[in-house]
Write a protein that binds this ligand. Structure first.
Ligand code: SF4
Ligand code: SF4
Ligand code: FES
Length: 363
C-alpha cells in the first residue's frame, strides 16, 4: 500500500458547504475531524503515518472522479470536499459489511484493548452484520503462543496493519511484520515464531491500537466474567519518573487492567511492559498493609508506624556511629513528588553530611 504524506501549505477548503481553514500538512480527515465531521476510519491511528488501506474514510472531492481516502490525501487550497453523501455512506456500508462477513467474531470484550470496539461500533453504525459477503475467511490464531500478556487471535484480523505500524513507528521495535497476501495474510514475527522468542518488548501498543480484538490484553481478559461495569480512572503510572498517563480499569473494587492515555502529555498512548501489564501487585495478597518489625524470634511481625520509624532511626544512628557519615545512601523513588525528593536530599545532606543521593530512574 502506498503511503501518501500530506505536504501542502495552509489554506482554506470548502467542507460540506462551509469554508474552513487548514494548517500546513493537514490531511482532509484531520481538517474534517477538527470541524466535527464524523468520518469513519479503521486503519487510521492519529499517531501514525497515513496508510490508506481500509478506504472507509473516503470523501468526495469535486473535480476528482473517484472518492479519495481522506486520511491519506492532503488538504489543498480551494478544494471542495463532501464528507458525507448517500453514495459515500453506501460505499462505507458495503466495506464494513465485507469486513464483518469475513470476520468470525465482530463483538469482543471491551477489556480486549483500547480500540477493540471500533469495528463493532462501525457494524452498529452501518447495520452491517448482514453476512452479505459470507464465504472465505482469513486468519490463523496462535493459540500456542502462551506468553502471559498478549492474545493473538488473527481470526479477527482485518489486515489494517495498525499493529505493525505502531510497533515500528511508535515503539521503534519492528517486532512484527506481515506475511502472505489476500486471505492468507498474517501478522507474524521473525521465523513465524512466538512473541516470547521475538524482539517484542511487550509494550502492548499493538494490543491497544487493534480495532478488532485480534490482538487482545490477555491479563485484563482474566476478568471478562467478573460482574460489573468497567470504570476508567485517569492517573499516572507508579513506576518510573517519565510519568505516563494511564487509565486504570476497575470492576467494582477489582482492578482489571490498564490502558494508556492517548492524550497523556508524556506518553501519547505509549507504555512500557511494566506500566501496561505489571499491575498485579496493587491487589496482591502478599502486599504489605502495615509496617513489619523483625522480633527477637527472627520473624517479621506487624507493628505501628511509630515503632517502625523509631527502629529505622535507631538503625541510621547505629550506622553513623559505627561506620561514619559515608555509610548512608539514599535512593528516592522517581515517582516521588518534589516535596518528598527535597526532603530526602535534605535528610541525607543535613542528617549525615554527605551527598550520596540518587533516584530509581537512574540507579
Ligand atoms: S507488544 Fe510492543 S513490541 Fe511487542 S509486537 Fe506489540 S507493539 Fe511491538
Ligand atoms: S492484528 Fe489487529 S491491528 Fe493488527 S492488522 Fe490485524 S486487525 Fe489490524
Ligand atoms: S482510515 Fe483512511 S483508508 Fe483507512
Amino acid at each position: 500500500m502506498t503511503q501518501v504524506k500530506p505536504t501542502s501549505g495552509a489554506g482554506r477548503i470548502v467542507l460540506d458547504g462551509d469554508s474552513v481553514e487548514f494548517g500546513a500538512g493537514e490531511s482532509i480527515l484531520e481538517v474534517a475531524t477538527r470541524h466535527a465531521r464524523d468520518v469513519p476510519t479503521l486503519c487510521y491511528d492519529p499517531r501514525l503515518d497515513a496508510f490508506g488501506g481500509c478506504r472507509l474514510c473516503v470523501v468526495e472531492v469535486e473535480g476528482v472522479r473517484n472518492p479519495v481516502a481522506s486520511c491519506a490525501r492532503a488538504a489543498e487550497d480551494g478544494m471542495v470536499v463532501h464528507s458525507s453523501t448517500a453514495t459515500l455512506e453506501k460505499y462505507r456500508k458495503t466495506l464494513v459489511e465485507m469486513v464483518c462477513s469475513e470476520n468470525r467474531q465482530v463483538d469482543v470484550d471491551p477489556l480486549s484493548g483500547l480500540a477493540s470496539q471500533e469495528l463493532a461500533a462501525l457494524a452498529d453504525r452501518y447495520d452491517a452484520r448482514t453476512g452479505r459477503f459470507a464465504g472465505a475467511q482469513s486468519g490463523c490464531s496462535y493459540e500456542d503462543d502462551d506468553n502471559p500478556f498478549i492474545l493473538r487471535d488473527y481470526d479477527q484480523c482485518i489486515s489494517c496493519y495498525r499493529c505493525v505500524r505502531v510497533c515500528a513507528e511508535q515503539e521503534g521495535d519492528f517486532a512484527i511484520s506481515i506475511k502472505n497476501r489476500g486471505f492468507g495474510t498474517q501478522i507474524t514475527v521473525e521465523f513465524d515464531g512466538l512473541l516470547n522468542a521475538s524482539a517484542c518488548t511487550f509494550c502492548g501498543q499493538c494490543v491497544q491500537t487493534c480495532p478488532t480484538g485480534a490482538l487482545a490484553d490477555r491479563k485484563a481478559l482474566r476478568y471478562a466474567d467478573t460482574p460489573g461495569e468497567i470504570e476508567k480512572t485517569r492517573t499516572i503510572c507508579t513506576y518510573c519518573g517519565v510519568g505516563c498517563s494511564v487509565d486504570v480499569l476497575t470492576k467494582g473494587d477489582r482492578m482489571v487492567g490498564v490502558q494508556p492515555a492517548m492524550d497523556g502529555p508524556a506518553n501519547q498512548g505509549a507504555l512500557c511492559v511494566k506500566g501496561q501489564f505489571a499491575y498485579d501487585f496493587v491487589q496482591h495478597e502478599d502486599r504489605l498493609k502495615t509496617p513489619l518489625l523483625r522480633g527477637e524470634d527472627g520473624e517479621l511481625h506487624p507493628a505501628s508506624w511509630e515503632d517502625a520509624l523509631e527502629r529505622a532511626a535507631d538503625g541510621f544512628l547505629k550506622a553513623l556511629e559505627e561506620h561514619g557519615r559515608h555509610s548512608v545512601y539514599a535512593v528516592a523513588s522517581g515517582r516521588a513528588p518534589h516535596e518528598a525528593a527535597y526532603t530526602t536530599q535534605k535528610f541525607i545532606r543535613a542528617g549525615f553530611w554527605n551527598n550520596h543521593v540518587d533516584n530509581c530512574s537512574r540507579a
